[in-house]
Design a protein around this ligand. Sequence first.
Ligand code: PLP
Ligand code: MN
Length: 368
Amino acid sequence: MPYAPKVGDPLSALDTPSMIVDLPLMESNIAKLFSSLLPTGILIRPHLKTTKSAVLARKLVAAGATGGCVAKLSEAEVMCKLGFSDLLITCEIVGAAKVQRLVELWSEFKDVRIVVDSVEGAGAIDEALKRSGVQEGSIKTLLDLDVGLHRTGVQPGEPARELARYVAGLRHLELIGVQGYEGHLQHVHDRAERKASCLASMATLTQTADILRRDGHTITVVTTGGTGTAEFCVTVPGITEVQPGSFLFMDTDYRNAVGSFYGNSLSILATVISKQGPKCITIDAGLKALTTDSGLAECKTLGYTYGVLGDEHGSLAWTEGPDLRVGDRVEMLPSHIDPTVNLHDFYYAYRDGVVEEIWKVDSRGMVQ
Ligand code: PLP
Ligand code: MN
């Protein structure tokens, strides 16, 4: 019989490393987010770059979400094929191949929204749509505004007004709003500082939206926010939509920064495969199972310290507490959730120690 874990299996039957989700904790994270943010009247368009799963996208819609965000065009292609097409692609779409893919996607899925931050980018998309022979309709487009992250986005003020004027003049792009993502503030530890900086970014965003309206543009969408800032964004008049993603699962970096309002519901189940010292063992989870860009993963059981031993291996060392032995299993909490999820094919979601649902990481590897 080939290895095929199934619903109803105990967690102990899973091979390792496996990505497992504490279902009650994830459900509680979803309930907390929607019960705290929805009453403000704001729309919640969760960022699906975290889960990369159509099943989870649908669970979020059932909880009150309005569509979702994806980072990349190729993620949008996957989600649309799986019947989930109310999407905002939050990264700029640039380059002939990608623009052509967008034209093809949009010809079938008209809900898909895009962002632009340059004349070159917006112009190339309009040209491609023209060449494709589109007769009517235009792609819903948001101006991506730099509110301090300095990653993408046109600068506020004159540059934003000029680009808006240009986009409004394009036949196949319909300017409907502004996106301004304050990614640099998500992990600011001091809550008061995070709030103050976020409100300053939100002022830039809403003021720009107002300036564009005075210039005659119809700006109905003003979208922003992540797990660390959404609670502040929703208090700002003029913000219409927030895009949190990590709150479902969290990670240790986020927990260290913003606290434990949302619980760490995802872990990587690993096996002790070798003993290397009296208080040091080796597990079967290394760089291919847990990312390290935001620091090292943590063992869910306190007192065991993780170290990377290469692609396939990691170490756990301790000074006190019970010894770990070959064959024992441990749960590791990722330090950065989005790229860690992208290393795995499936989620095994459990309740009371039993696998209750299995979800595919549908858009795994979709970096284009
Ligand atoms: N919006 C944009 C544009 C993002 O890039 C991200 C994450 O990188 C998010 C929203 C979601 O943020 P988080 O996962 O911190 O909730
Ligand atoms: Mn991330």
